[in-house]
Design a protein around this ligand. Sequence first.
Ligand SMILES: Nc1nc2c(c(=O)[nH]1)N[C@H]1C(S)=C(S)[C@@H](COP(=O)(O)OP(=O)(O)OC[C@H]3O[C@@H](n4cnc5c(=O)[nH]c(N)nc54)[C@H](O)[C@@H]3O)O[C@H]1N2
Ligand SMILES: Nc1nc2c(c(=O)[nH]1)N[C@H]1C(S)=C(S)[C@@H](COP(=O)(O)OP(=O)(O)OC[C@H]3O[C@@H](n4cnc5c(=O)[nH]c(N)nc54)[C@H](O)[C@@H]3O)O[C@H]1N2
Ligand code: SF4
Ligand SMILES: [Mo]
Length: 701
Amino acid sequence: MTVERVIGACPHDCPDTCAVVTEVQDGRAVRFHAAEDHPITQGWLCAKVRPYLDHVYHPDRLKHPLRRAGPKGSGRWQKISWPEALAEIGLRWRTIIAEYGPQAILPYSYSGTLGLVQMTVSSARFWNRLGASRLERSICGAAAEYAVNATLGARHSPAYEDVLHSRLLIIWGCNPVSTAPHFMPFLRKAQRNGCQLVVIDPRRTRTAKGCDWHITPKPGSDGVLALGLAHVISREGLHDEAWLAQHTTGWPQLRQRLQEYPPERVAAITGLDSEDILKLARLYAITDPALIKIADGLQRNLNGGQTVRAICALPALTGQYGRRGGGLSYSTSGYLNWDDTAVNYWDQCPPPARKINMNRLGAALLGEGEDPPIKSLFVFGSNPAAIAPNAGRVVAGLQREDLFTVVHELFMTDTADYADIILPATSQLEQTDLHKAYGHTHLTYNQQAIPPLGEAKSNWKVMGLLAQEMDFAESWLHQTPDELIEEILAATTVTNPALEGITLDHLKQNHFVPLKFEPQVPFAGGRFPTPSGKVELYCQLLADQGLDPLPGWVEREDDGLGANGKTKGDFLPEEALYLISGAAHHFVSSSFANQRGLLRREGGPFVEIHPQDALARDVQDGDKVILENGRGWFESRAIVTENIRPGVLVSPKGRWSKLSNGRNVNWTTSDALGDMAGQSTFHSNRVWLRKKTNLHNQRNL
Ligand SMILES: Nc1nc2c(c(=O)[nH]1)N[C@H]1C(S)=C(S)[C@@H](COP(=O)(O)OP(=O)(O)OC[C@H]3O[C@@H](n4cnc5c(=O)[nH]c(N)nc54)[C@H](O)[C@@H]3O)O[C@H]1N2
Ligand SMILES: Nc1nc2c(c(=O)[nH]1)N[C@H]1C(S)=C(S)[C@@H](COP(=O)(O)OP(=O)(O)OC[C@H]3O[C@@H](n4cnc5c(=O)[nH]c(N)nc54)[C@H](O)[C@@H]3O)O[C@H]1N2
Ligand code: SF4
Ligand SMILES: [Mo]
């Protein structure tokens, strides 16, 4: 029997976008591994995706449409056919539209796959044509994207390998060993060549374990730290006045503002030593080239946007932008923006409908906002019951008897539990797509490797069927994935020379191809695509929106009570601890958190606590503990460790509630919005922790 090798792309939310090879025999994938010759993937895959065939052939894959056959969440289902499922969706939607209009329907999708076809376009065209409410996609990095665009004009970032030129790398609130693993070989090589590595993170992450200097500020205080470093650099005259004069706006105003951030004040707010602040400022200012690497975890708090603005100011102070091995590494996604018209077809759709912030899903389902109420929710490529903040409200919303919920999924997730109709979805091996990356600049074509399992269908296929059900005959709702890719490539090439010569045929032959753009070093020559052409330390765009036009910091803390408003009389505010919940090493958000091998490697749900905080609460390693605040509570197992700063707890995201005693960390996280772009604020979360005793049963929680 011949074995066919099919080359594709890892679709998961990860900057590395690896090229993968599936070996197919008789319609079944028999082996799965990394592409050898991809310059970033370099022949190996991360721990999560290596056992991908366990994901694809997981015994729990949904294979048929299902209809609810009991009360919401009862787990009772009836198998139905696709025509039955589509007819029921059509009937319900037509009834809802007749009474409330199409805005009463909300599609909710995010990062199950990052493909152009199966996510970007599948989240756009059909829903635009329908006139459904739009989703403000702000759960992940909205504030950082907004802040970087406002300050630098675009999300341009150096190639991973450029770290080989860095003499100093500051990894700031980012954990690439887990979240961008293919950056690490380049970094290790740079370290062997003498590059110093500083990691700034309240937790001693896997990344921090390999650094020269680990700095542990209080969560949410990084903006102050950045302003404090800038204060020292300018006070000591270590800044590059000429570069600032030529390439920035607002340096005199910022310099004035920096007077408010002397090391002593910064030390008090961040919980760091002022000596360390001085030392880091000097090290950063005198080392050339020096690179700062951030990602999105850093900004998932109430001050996230301004934090990133303050950090963006540092390479400007030292004139490090445009230098190979220096500047800022955030995201490469700005090198390629798909043509908006070709993606959205707004010109052939009703006027854009209202936006619902995805972080406020629970609140929106429970009636927040303008009329009409949300009467139907269509979830695909996301698992909001497990990953959206303030899960108690999300679940309360999903339990609404009058909400018609459709979930298109591979698995019976926490969200699917509350569906009225479940539609089975394909995995990446069963679908066609095109992937850009946010950590590098290669485009990767994902060729379908195997036929869909059971009756599973891809997102784009479902959009076509829904369009048909709603009598939308437009050809742009019924293209094949390849036709769609071809159209969008052609439309985007007109305005973006980076795509020149990159056609569908070229991609099919070469599988992954580099974008061609200049300059390769971001912002070389000190040119920034902002309105002023400079780094906007003072940003008029922000001023026009009533936001602070200068990097700054305002004290904003979670009160731990949240919108539920329940008070906890028996706890004191000063006993509350910060709870941060970044990436788990063996899952991608909640994807893979139902896979036995990976669950075994990650271990059961846990919360890390410093020995000092554990002692004060009579908690020992391995104890069951309750974490709670005014929004809700969950149970976990304590790991007592010095890997975490006193006053801070860590319980990584991604756990399925139903595999974690019914609740995960998001039963405590806040659905308040950050300072920019409607950002989620998962890490602005304060909780009380106590040992679970036999006396503590459900009744007194
Ligand atoms: N293995 C794995 N990889 C992933 C994911 C995953 O779930 N698992 N998720 C993917 C997704 S969706 C994203 S957006 C990226 C995110 O990529 P990263 O941003 O690198 O990941 P996070 O773990 O969310 O956050 C990074 C670090 O921020 C720290 N942190 C939290 N609050 C603060 C703070 O206030 N200050 C400082 N200095 N540090 C803070 C956390 O301790 C954490 O170690 O990763 C992607 N890759
Ligand atoms: N506490 C806490 N919570 C967080 C975060 C945090 O830092 N802390 N981080 C947030 C961040 S950064 C992000 S990006 C979000 C991510 O949250 P989500 O975007 O919801 O991502 P996943 O949890 O991976 O869920 C994706 C779901 O899509 C399904 N899926 C995969 N491929 C397909 C497909 O092709 N079609 C369909 N229909 N379904 C598919 C998967 O089976 C999976 O159940 O989580 C957020 N949640
Ligand atoms: S999750 Fe990231 S590192 Fe792992 S295979 Fe996918 S792209 Fe590569
Ligand atoms: Mo994310």
